[in-house]
Design a binder for this molecule. Structure first.
Ligand code: G6P
Length: 607
């Protein structure tokens, strides 16, 4: 969702701001803008639509200065338009503000200011912040910010410049993420690491209710009592090329191809000689023995990883697992107590609903373990234990390598807990570890057959609808395959538990309907054959996906794709790869914006 950048130094600010915004495009946006102090006043340029529109305007109206802020906006309050784009200025033009998040009580605040004859030009909640700052400013910017913060309800990461103090940028955080990049004679703000990675690897992460004052040679961080806070510097060791396309046409394809490497890193960081090292996870064996229930709470693809996790954990640990969409979990009354473990899964570690789910679970007394990709992110910080996936930066909105590494962590977690609880014999345990270690090579094998998937995509990229069916853990993968396809190709798709199809959805199957049937589970293969026949007899064209049963599958389907054999619980890691490739190729053939699908955001930091 929205992106923030800011620069203060001795160079021109605009090139950095535009470059930084480009690096944040992946978060999803529908307009962009920058504000730069030009020596006399703050100049603002903003444009609806893609960043190239902003670039064009900037190239016509040069905007010079060494202090500036920039923003990519994903509309929440007020439609996407030039006027509603950020930065927003206060009425005299003294303050310019960029904002990620939502000010929930902005209407009351706006009415209050309008009653004092302050005029508004946009429909946004953000303009209220700029106007409030000017209203409360009596010569001390920090005092004004603290006052404004005490009036606002909601979530916000703010970048602020003001013409009374032209040699500083103010950064503020409440709920929405914001980092400060520490340079040499220059400093930066950003909502996400890729924006500043080409400049510095040293950052501070702002915590809730912290206010940072950036000058060219210093960064000072204050709390709401205006006391200085000592911040710990974090070093980002991401490979810079991981956040670049590196010759690939799309980040999504690059990230699909990076899955073997991401899996290897995630697995090898934990598994050595049949030992799974989770020493940093502090949950004790006694706590494990007392567990009555596990909840998995997440959104989007992370939720789908959780659905796989349910099958795996219930099979290996024999503890009931409930998987909940975080936005549902947070507003219902889940039966959670101190004998519950809540596993939160999130690539970004910033998803608002998942974070709220974590906070709620802790309030209810549960222990929270999170599986997160971004080090030091909000969900990681809120959790009792955190296991990082080592996927590296993921830029494409549609997740692939982060999802795969989430599965890897879930397998390792289930195996480790099962071992600690004596639920597996040594022989079974070693078998699963061998299977786990073999996954990256098998994924590589599937990727080397990607042209087969490209062929299926070429036949069906024009179809109106695709149905994914599977049973058990294949159903979990159907959910992810269907989401991948619809989010980047805009083709309607549904995932159905194959046995449930006949209770309604089968009425949608007609001549030529395209169905992808997952039949990787040996013990359910015959059942799947029956379900496949149910759709083919009604005219469906079926692509069957399995790991064996060649002849039987060929007899009932129009096309087939075979993945290597693996143990049942780990087959999802293999089955998902052809489905990711299918979504990618279909979307590419349709000419869609694969890395930045319409209306979607990579990191959803609002409800
Ligand atoms: C967004 C993304 C999805 C992602 C979901 C959860 O909707 O587009 O790809 O699965 O958020 O994100 P998280 O960062 O919590 O995994």
């Amino acid at each position: 969702m929205c992106g923030i950048v800011g620069y203060i130094g001795y160079e021109q600010a605009t090139p950095f701001l535009l470059k930084g915004l480009e690096k944040l495009e992946y978060r999803g946006y529908d307009s962009a803008g920058i504000a730069v102090f030009n020596g006399n006043r703050i100049e603002v340029i903003k444009s609806k639509g893609e960043l190239k529109n902003l670039r064009e305007t900037v190239s016509k109206h040069k905007i010079e200065g060494t202090v500036g802020i920039g923003h990519t906006r994903w509309a929440t309050h007020g439609r996407p338009s030039d006027i509603n784009s950020h930065p927003h200025k206060s009425c005299s033009g003294k303050f310019a503000v960029v904002h990620n998040g939502i000010i929930e009580n902005y209407i009351q605040l706006k009415n209050k200011l309008m009653n004092k004859n302050i005029n508004f030009v946009s429909e946004t909640d953000t303009e209220v912040i700029a106007q409030l700052l000017e209203y409360y400013y009596k010569g001390d910017i920090i005092d004004a910010i603290i006052k404004v913060m005490s009036r606002m309800e909601g979530s916000y990461a703010l970048g602020i410049i003001n013409s009374d103090n032209p040699d500083e940028i103010i950064a503020v955080r409440k709920e929405s993420p914001l980092i400060i990049g520490i340079g040499d004679g220059e400093n930066y703000i950003a909502s996400d690491i890729p924006a500043i990675l080409s400049k510095t690897r040293n950052i501070y992460r702002l915590e809730n209710n912290e206010i940072a004052v950036l000058k060219r040679d210093s960064v000072k961080v204050y709390n709401l009592d205006k006391e200085l806070i000592n911040k710990e510097k974090i070093y980002i060791d991401w490979d810079i090329s991981a956040a670049e396309k590196g010759g690939y046409e799309h980040f999504m394809f690059k990230e699909i191809m990076e899955q073997p490497k991401a899996m290897r890193s995630t697995i090898s960081s934990r598994v050595k000689d049949y030992d799974i090292n989770f020493d940093d996870v502090k949950i004790t064996v006694d706590q494990l023995k007392n567990l009555r229930k596990i909840f998995i709470v997440a959104c989007g693809s992370a939720y789908h990883a959780g659905v796989v996790g349910k099958y795996v954990i219930e099979k290996l640990i024999k503890i009931p697992v409930e998987v909940d969409i975080a936005s549902e979990f947070r507003y219902r009354e889940p039966i959670v107590d101190e004998n519950t473990l809540v596993i939160a899964i999130s690539q970004s570690g910033e998803t608002a609903d998942t974070k709220a789910g974590v906070i709620k679970a802790k309030e209810l007394g549960a222990r929270v373990l999170s599986i997160v990709n971004v080090v030091g992110s909000a969900i990681a910080m809120e959790s009792d234990d955190v296991i990082y996936t080592l996927a590296g930066p993921e830029i494409a909105v549609a997740t692939t390598k982060a999802y795969s590494t989430q599965l890897a962590v879930l397998y390792m977690l289930a195996l480790k807990f099962a071992k600690l609880l004596d639920k597996l014999s040594d022989e079974q345990y070693k078998y699963y570890i061998d299977e786990l270690n073999a996954l990256p090579d098998k994924i590589e094998q599937i990727l080397s057959n990607k042209e087969d998937i490209q062929y299926f995509a070429s036949k069906y990229f024009n179809c109106k609808s695709v149905f994914f069916i599977g049973r058990n853990i294949d159903y979990a993968i159907s959910l992810e395959g269907s989401l991948k396809l619809k989010e980047i190709s805009y083709i309607h798709s549904e995932a159905y538990a194959a046995g449930e199809l006949k209770h309604g959805t089968i009425s949608l199957i007609e001549d030529g309907t395209f169905v992808i049937a997952l039949a990787t589970q040996d013990f359910l293969f015959d059942k799947m054959v029956s379900n496949i026949k149910e759709v083919t007899t009604r005219g469906a064209v079926v692509l069957g996906l399995s790991c064996g049963h060649e002849n039987e599958l060929k007899a009932v389907t129009n096309f087939q794709f075979f993945i290597p054999k693996a143990c049942d619980i780990m087959l999802p890691s293999l089955a998902v790869v052809p489905l990711q490739l299918f979504a990618y190729y279909v979307s590419s053939m349709k000419g869609c914006d694969i890395d930045k699908p319409r209306n979607l955001a990579k990191s959803v930091t609002v409800e």
